[in-house]
Design a protein around this ligand. Structure first.
Ligand SMILES: Nc1nc(=O)c2c([nH]1)NC[C@@H]1CN(c3ccc(C(=O)N[C@@H](CCC(=O)O)C(=O)O)cc3)C=[N+]21
Length: 283
């Protein structure tokens, strides 16, 4: 039996269509569009691709988009000064500093410098704290997109066992909070987890956010489980996830592909968060 493939492009297109309508209403009401500014430091080729995708998605949705490109040699002070300016700019409702940042810059300091109500990534400690206490305000785009994907495909979360591999601040931790809030029983695994395969096999929902190409194999998957692949790994000229798709597809009930799974949803949720941030600031 082959798993049903969850098409992230279709789900993302539906979500984007909704945001587009609300953006038009926002423009009508306030006379300006929601505005996103993305700051990219340095020349990382993958980052450039993601940033141009985000920019295009904004333009297609009616969101004002500006990209600030700073050289690799930008100092931390210069970057913080740029954020100060954006924090005070009324036309900028969302600020996203593309990660990773060059090594000489303290990313944590930078993310904490963004005004929480403009933090469309949901990485600021204030937004993280809100999420932890059950107030979902500006929620990290990738895990939020995964929840939307499950909901729109009518995959139940309540009462299910959810296993997350990876405990990053960007995916694993916020994912655990979102699933817990929806009444899943959540286990977060990481590099020190003992008997990882056995733990993973308990998951009705298995989220792979490890950063290792094709790490998840069928012996780690409960038959019929929903497998969500958050990985994006470039292997030669091919793009593969953290899940060995061909191996797992025979065991899983649902599975997301890479590309075309979680990635497009991340961008759709960024649009959603930008609109939300604009609404917070203009009400
Ligand atoms: N502050 C910050 N916020 C982020 O949200 C953020 C970031 N930094 N740094 C990098 C990661 C990665 N990320 C992706 C977004 C879209 C796709 C995407 O659209 N992927 C497509 C195509 C992938 C491709 O062709 O390269 C897909 O999976 O189908 C992937 C990855 C956002 N990130």
């Amino acid at each position: 039996m082959a798993a049903e493939v969850l098409d992230g492009k279709i789900t993302a297109a539906k979500l984007t269509e909704e945001v587009k309508k609300e953006v038009a209403e926002f423009r009508e009401r306030f006379g300006i569009g929601p505005g996103l500014t993305v700051v990219i430091v340095g020349e990382d080729p993958a980052s450039k691709v993601y940033v141009s995708r985000k920019h295009k998605a904004c333009i297609d949705t009616g969101i004002n988009s500006e990209v600030i490109r700073l050289p690799e040699t930008t100092s931390q002070e210069e970057l913080l000064a740029t954020i100060d300016r954006l924090n005070g700019d009324q036309a900028v409702h969302g600020i996203l500093v593309q990660l990773p940042l060059p090594k000489h810059i303290d990313a944590e300091k930078v993310l904490e410098h963004i005004r929480p109500d403009k933090d469309v990534d949901g990485f600021h400690p204030v937004n993280v704290g809100n999420l932890c206490v059950g107030r979902e305000n500006l929620v990290p785009c990738t895990p939020y997109g995964i929840v939307k994907m499950l909901e729109m495909n009518e995959i139940a979360i309540e009462g299910k066992r959810a296993v997350i591999i990876g405990r990053s601040n960007i995916v694993g931790k916020p994912m655990s909070m979102l699933l817990l809030a929806r009444n899943a029983t959540v286990t977060v695994c990481h590099s020190r987890t003992k008997d990882l395969a056995a733990v993973c096999r308990e998951g009705d929902i298995l989220v792979a956010a490890i950063g290792k190409p094709q790490f998840v194999t069928k012996d780690m998957v409960k038959p019929g489980a929903t497998v969500i692949d958050v990985g994006i790994n470039r292997v030669g000229d091919r793009l593969v996830g953290d899940v060995n798709f061909a191996d797992v597809a025979g065991t899983a009930g649902h599975i997301t592909p890479v590309p075309g799974g979680v990635g497009p949803l991340t961008i759709a949720m960024l649009l959603h968060n930008t609109l939300k941030a604009a609404a917070l600031q203009c009400k």
